[in-house]
Design a protein around this ligand. Sequence first.
Ligand code: 6CS
Length: 290
Amino acid sequence: MTRCLGKWDGALRRAALIAGVAAVAAVAPAPARAQDALARLKEQGFCRIAIANEPPFTAVNPDGKVSGAGPDVARAVFKKLGVDDVVASISEYGAMIPGLQARRFDAITAGLFMKPERCRAVAYSEPILCDTEAFAVKKGNPDKLLSYEDVGKNPKARIGVPGGGVEEKLSLAAGVPRDRAIVVPDGQSGIKMLQDGRIDVYTLPVLSISDLLKKANDPSIEMVAPVQGAPISCDGAAFRKQDASLRDAFDKVLAEMKQSGEFAKIVEPYGFSAAAAMQTSREKLCGGPN
Ligand code: 6CS
């Protein structure tokens, strides 16, 4: 006898089905959830990455192609994971993690240095790009600015910093008052503001300042590197906490590429040291497991 499922019976069956699926999903082993996130990226055909367009960490070429050490490593890893390419959105450093959490990006591969407070918000891969900090100053460094503390102690010194970036935090922590730590949207603006005398020093990682000064080709400005007392920082690719198993899949391929020499072949032409990344770890840089 076929029992016709009344409206309520149908609703009950649907509710039972949803409950059953939810129960299975809740206990799905991590690899299954990784496949969900990875499967989503494979189906999408690309990984949406956040970048800052700060060469050599990240760059958008005149033809629109995304390059830089971070996206190049990410593209190589994702290809091996079956995700064909990366599609980049330019973001200020301070907006990257909120954008990731709001699902505007699938990963951050921008040189977003691992710091404990960031490690609390995202799941980082193992280290990829390491650097310390530099200043761009007027030729001869007339204000003798060698450290963030020197900037703090000089009541007239205005420092240009990336919004939400490590250098902003280092400046404020070294005693630079808020109104003398000027948020600058990008590298070219920072150099222009220095040339125009609207700031007295501009700070980014060494390789970024070096790239900017080479392109500026202006004998009236020069680099001070490293900034005295500044830490060596390393980034990793950053994922949502709930995509930690996707991060693990990324890490597995990254480790193979470090082992095979492929990782070095990608990052070293940009000026980065593969050894520096391989000699440290996410756990060390995050100050604990992440
Ligand atoms: O992670 C950061 O906050 C810094 N990283 C880079 C590559 N450039 C500036 C930024 O502040």
